[in-house]
Each structure stands twice: as C-alpha cells, then as structure tokens.
Design a protein around this ligand. Structure first.
Ligand SMILES: [Zn+2]
Ligand SMILES: [Zn+2]
Length: 356
C-alpha cells in the first residue's frame, strides 16, 4: 500500500460554474509516498481566482466541479513515507506550480515556460495535498515570525520578482506601473526596492494610499487627468517617457497605453493576463524608429519563489496593507464581491477557524 489514508472529513469550496460556489463536506485527501498533506491556515484571493470564479473554469488549471484557490500557507498534517525535509507540525508555504526540470525550457533556465508545468488548486479548503514534485521543488518552510496570511503572498510576489528580472533599468531610472491591484502595487514596491524612481497609475484613492505606504511618491490617478500618457510623460525630464512601463491589468487597451509611455529605446512589459482572443495595436514606425522593446512575462520560477519568501520576511515592508479583509471559508463569495467592487485588494480566507 503506497497511499496514506486519513480518516475524517473537511470543509472545502467547490466551484460548479460561473459564480457558483458551494462549501461542502469532502473527505480529507489521501497522500502518496512523496506527497505532503497541509492543513491550510490561510489562503488569499487573487485576480486569477476572481477570473476563475466568474468564468466557472480555467483553461490551464481546472475544469468544474473542482476545488480551487492557489495561494495558501499552513501546517504539515502528514507526510508520505518518502518525504524528506518536512514533518508534521512544520509551518510551510507552497507555490501553486512546479516545472518538470526535464523539458527544453527547463533546460534553458526558463522554468516558467515549462512544457509540463504542474498546477495545484484547492486552497479554499481545510486540507490540501501538495504533490511530490511541488514538495520537492516549490514548498518552503516559513520563518517563525512570518504570519500565515502574509506568507500566502509568496506566489504572486515570485511572479513580480520574475517580471522585474526581465526589466532593463538602472538605479535612478523611471519605471511606470499601470494598475493599482495587488500585483501593480507589488511591482511598484519591488521596482522601488531595486532603485527605480516609480510612477504608479491607478484610479482607486485607497489603493494609491497603499502605494504611498510602500514609499511610492509618484502617483497618477488616471480618472482625474485628461491624458494618462501625457501625465506620466510630464513626470519625466523633457517629457521623454519612462525607461520601463509595466502593464498589470490584463487589458489590451492598457497594453497600448503602456507602450505609449516609454521613451526611445525603452521597454514595455505585459504582466497582466489578457482575455483569450484579444489583440493589441502597435504603432509599427514608433517601434522601429524609437527602438521600443515589447516584453511579455508569465508566472514565476523556483528561484523567484525562494526569493519572494525571503523578502516577505522583511517586516519593514507593509505587506498587511495588501490584505484588505479576513473572512471564514463559508463567506468566500463575499470575498469575490469585495474584489469586484474594488473594495478589497486581497482577502484572507480562513478555512479552519481555530488555526494560528
Ligand atoms: Zn495568484
Ligand atoms: Zn519543464
């Protein structure tokens, strides 16, 4: 017998279709010899989960009915017979994916583009199985002082760090970020940490205030200016434009605005995932004569996951300001309402009320 069985049941959110979620009693999942069973202490909502909730599915990650949620931290409840380095009671966080380590892209240091990226879902539940590959590559022990809800930010922060590694800017250069969601705020904060002069464009005053808590001085509320591109250019010397502009919304029209902000020789980076079937318009002569670089970016790599956890352990950064509310699992749909109304950045979901 290789599968370890656990008695008992748990509460878990099950996605049935667009905006259809039910919290149900399911059996605690079994684990194989290389797997780890985690008792989820906290899970956080993310823009991807909101998309999955509204669409009722995700092309790459899940088909309903399915448990879902992918940002979580918790305590090891059980380990398979072949697991090394983890034991029951340890506080851990895991990325929501792991690359294969064997394909063309993994061999070229582009693990985020792995042909066989393995995903996990099901963080909105009391227990979750982390499969062998993810345990081995992308599960990490938490520093003692790091609270569970903040640790949940590891995955999205790893994506942010990966994005910035693809950005070409020097200390003192100007980086513009378009989007005031959690990713936009983290991109701005981390670009500043790397020495950039950062301009954040958003429209929600409470989110721009969070940006200020992260030390971002240059804020453009695009709802209040006649021309967002001009407003950003006006903050650069001679209105020349920014060295790097990053799109963190996921809408092709914002991709176009982002491209229009960069200086000659600059770089536009597309971080937000746009809807399927959409396309963007590019001013071809500008691309040529102004020598603009267009850079797509997707997901993260194991190196960035480890770096993210280290940075989250820095208590001088106001991570908690990204966590707008805390709700029990049974009220998960409310979390998505809060996000849709732009009243919440991330919402912390507590699957086990007695955790922590
Ligand atoms: Zn996420
Ligand atoms: Zn691979």
């Amino acid at each position: 017998m290789t599968t370890q069985r656990h008695n008992g049941s748990m509460q878990a959110a099950v996605l049935y279709g667009p905006s259809q979620v039910a919290v149900e009693t399911l059996p605690v999942p079994d684990i194989g010899p290389g797997d780890v069973l985690v008792r989820v202490a906290a899970a956080t909502t993310c823009g991807t989960d909101l998309k999955v909730y509204l669409q009722g599915r995700h092309a790459r990650m899940l088909t309903p009915p399915s448990v879902f949620g992918h940002e979580f931290s918790g305590t090891v409840a059980a380990v398979g017979s072949q697991v090394r380095g983890f034991e029951p009671g340890m506080r851990v966080v895991s990325n929501n994916s792991a690359p294969c380590g064997r394909c063309y892209y993994c061999g070229r240091g582009q693990a985020n583009l792995c042909d066989d990226l393995m995903y996990i879902n099901g963080a909105y539940a009391e227990y979750m199985t982390v499969p062998e590959r993810i345990v081995r590559i992308n599960m990490l022990r938490l520093p003692d002082a790091l609270p569970f809800p903040v640790a949940c930010i590891t995955e999205p922060l790893a994506c942010v760090l990966h994005c910035l590694d693809l950005a070409s800017f020097a200390v003192g250069d100007t980086v513009a970020v378009n989007g005031d969601g959690p990713s936009g705020l983290m991109l701005a904060a981390m670009a500043k940490r790397r020495g950039a002069r950062v301009i954040l464009c958003g429209r929600a005053p409470q989110r721009l205030r969070v940006a200020q808590q992260f030390g971002i001085e240059w804020l453009v509320n695009y709802a209040e200016v006649p021309d967002q591109v001009e407003a950003v250019r006006a903050l650069t010397e001679g209105r020349r434009g920014v060295e790097v502009a990053i799109e963190a919304v996921g809408r092709p029209e914002v991709w176009e605005t982002t491209t229009a902000m960069v200086r000659k020789g600059g770089q536009a980076i597309f971080y937000g995932g746009p809807p399927g079937g959409t396309s963007m318009r590019v001013d071809a002569p500008a691309l040529h004569y102004d020598q603009i670089t267009l850079q797509g970016v997707f997901h993260n790599t194991p190196t960035h996951v480890a770096q993210a956890l280290e940075i989250l352990a820095d208590p001088t950064l106001p991570w908690a300001s990204l966590l707008s509310a805390t709700l029990p699992l049974a009220r998960l749909p409310e979390a998505f309402q809060l996000m849709m109304a732009r009243e919440a950045l991330k919402v912390v979901i507590l699957p086990t009320p007695q955790a922590d």
